[in-house]
Design a protein around this ligand. Structure first.
Ligand SMILES: CC(C)(COP(=O)(O)OP(=O)(O)OC[C@H]1O[C@@H](n2cnc3c(N)ncnc32)[C@H](O)[C@@H]1OP(=O)(O)O)[C@@H](O)C(=O)NCCC(=O)NCCS
Length: 440
């Protein structure tokens, strides 16, 4: 990377650095992620995030490590709905495997060799009896023995450690008031901790790169209703035992309980954590708390709703007039934000400009009763994502009254001569619109 490109890249990450500083992220790392060849890099990236001011709670699993210990001890254990039936001998293996995995993570976080990314990091790792557990008990006649559930998370104690600048490392073992240790699901620990801390993010680092759909495409964003539908499909297809099902359940539970964003990130791709959190493109799947809306492409049935929304703005001269016929022809260009009950909250259109790698953003409007709730910003993000997927490099917008809003969204003023030829010839000098552009 040339110095100039590096500087540009570093500057582009700054909005994320500012946004994440002082926020609490709970990162759940599966036992498989700890075994992955990329493990050291993940730990380095976590240390880097902490030095950028993010409060980090790291929760680790140890399923393959436990399996290995059990095998060495000649023991077997069964699962019911992803819960390991843990007898006393198995619990011994759980303690050994969890303990040694924990030490492996602590060692990696303690690295500090010169010429390594950890030089000068000085991460202070803290753990403790933050989780009160209770036995799962007997279900449908099966005694789960030392398999446990979370009863309480000591939010204050964790918060104090974060405020003191420590990285809190939590393992998947909890203790009951009777003084016994219980084997917990690390995803549960992470989810309940994120909820208890009211964390800004829960990040699940797992073997899969995120949620992959039936056509083998990575799902970049999922709304809560989509997660719910996916869970129902999976439950029907594989029962509740698939790893994806339990990831989606964790994400769903966290989002329903006021964790705003859950990220699913793959452990094997180098830098996936940083690119998910510090770039616009991301690398995994983002599941967002329900904003009570869906962003989707418009269909012919939406023409009436769009006309209702934009006609008053056309009359005020804020938007260029479009006839119903034109709108019907161009409907596929429109993206909408729609309330689950069907109200149209906002619209925007993307027109690719012929013979160029540029597009024109047009007809951006939010329903007047829903202004200042980030609707247009979210719509713009989605349009930009679309434009990137369609290999567009630049977005142009022409505006008479909304220049400042576009500037705040990262657009910069441009001259007529910077417009692609096709657009220049159509520029209306009477309307005197200002031109803005944004590099994608
Ligand atoms: C511009 C518009 C689309 C923004 O919609 P929105 O969903 O309210 O936007 P967001 O919630 O993402 O952003 C709101 C922020 O932008 C600011 N903003 C809104 N209109 C603005 C304008 N014309 N100039 C500068 N800032 C503006 C708000 O004050 C708010 O800032 P704050 O969060 O600091 O209070 C909406 O005001 C609208 O429909 N305007 C009329 C149509 C229009 O001008 N379209 C552009 C045509 S090119």
């Amino acid at each position: 990377m040339t110095t100039q490109k590096y500087v540009q890249f570093f500057r582009e990450t700054s909005p994320y650095i500012h946004a994440h500083r002082g926020k609490t992220f709970v990162i759940a790392m599966s036992g498989e992620a700890v075994l992955d060849a990329n493990f050291d890099s993940i730990v380095h990236d976590i240390a880097l995030m902490q030095s950028l001011g993010v409060n980090i709670v790291l929760v680790h699993g140890a399923r393959p490590q436990i399996d290995q210990r059990l095998q060495l001890a000649g023991l077997q254990s069964d699962f019911r709905e992803q819960v390991r039936i843990t007898d006393a001998s198995a619990m011994q293996c759980v303690k050994e495997a969890v303990g040694s995995t924990r030490f492996q993570i602590e060692s990696a976080l303690s690295m500090g060799l010169p010429n390594s990314p950890m030089h000068g990091a000085r991460v202070r790792v803290i753990g403790g009896n933050f989780i009160t557990a209770k036995p799962v008990g007997i279900r449908e006649g099966v005694d789960f023995q030392r398999a446990g559930e979370i009863r309480r998370i000591d939010r204050t104690a964790i918060q104090q450690q974060l405020e003191a600048g420590a990285l809190v490392l939590m393992s998947s073992i909890g203790f009951s008031p009777t003084g016994e240790a219980f084997n917990l699901s690390y995803q549960d620990v992470a989810t309940q901790t994120a909820i208890a801390l009211r964390a800004e993010k829960l990040i699940l680092v797992t073997e899969a790169a995120g949620i992959i759909d039936a056509d083998n495409n990575l799902q970049r964003n999922l709304s809560l209703p989509q997660v719910s539908d996916l869970k129902a499909t999976l439950k029907h297809a594989d029962g509740q035992d698939s790893a994806t099902y339990s990831l989606l359940s964790a994400a769903y539970q966290a989002c329903r309980n006021n964790v705003d964003r859950v990220h699913l990130v793959g452990c094997s791709e180098d830098g996936s954590l940083l690119s998910e959190l510090f770039t616009r493109e991301g690398s995994g799947t983002l599941i967002m708390q329900d904003h009570s809306e869906v962003i989707r492409a418009a269909t012919i049935d939406d023409v009436g709703g769009i006309l209702d929304l934009i006609s008053p703005l056309e009359q005020q001269g804020i938007l260029v007039k479009r006839s119903r016929e034109l709108l019907e022809t161009e409907i596929s260009r429109f993206m909408l934000v729609v309330h689950p009950e069907g109200t149209l909250l906002g619209c925007a259109a993307l027109y690719p400009i012929a013979d160029s790698a540029a597009g024109e953003l047009a007809c951006v409007a939010t329903h007047p009763e829903f202004h200042n709730q980030g609707i247009a910003s979210r719509l713009l993000k989605s349009i930009e994502q679309d434009a990137i997927e369609n290999q567009l490099k630049t977005l142009f917008v022409l505006t008479t009254q909304t220049a400042h809003w576009f500037r705040e969204q990262g657009f910069a003023e441009a001259a007529v001569s910077e417009l692609p030829a096709e657009k220049q010839s159509l520029y209306n000098y009477q309307r005197q619109s200002r031109i803005f552009s944004k590099k994608l």
